[in-house]
Design a protein. Structure first.
Length: 48
């Protein structure tokens, strides 16, 4: 499960990028976060 604090930080970054009209950064941040979450899920599954 995604940590609430990390998720809030991520959303704040997205809102900041959108506020500045930097949609490319929104896409990049989303991709990085998605890869990070996938890695964490994979690691958690391998520990079980």
């Amino acid at each position: 499960m995604v940590d609430e604090e990390k998720y809030i930080t991520f959303l704040k970054r997205i809102v900041s990028c959108i506020s500045h009209g930097d949609y490319y950064s929104v896409k990049e941040l989303s991709q990085l976060e998605l890869e990070k979450i996938k890695k964490e899920v994979k690691e958690n599954k391998s520990l079980r």
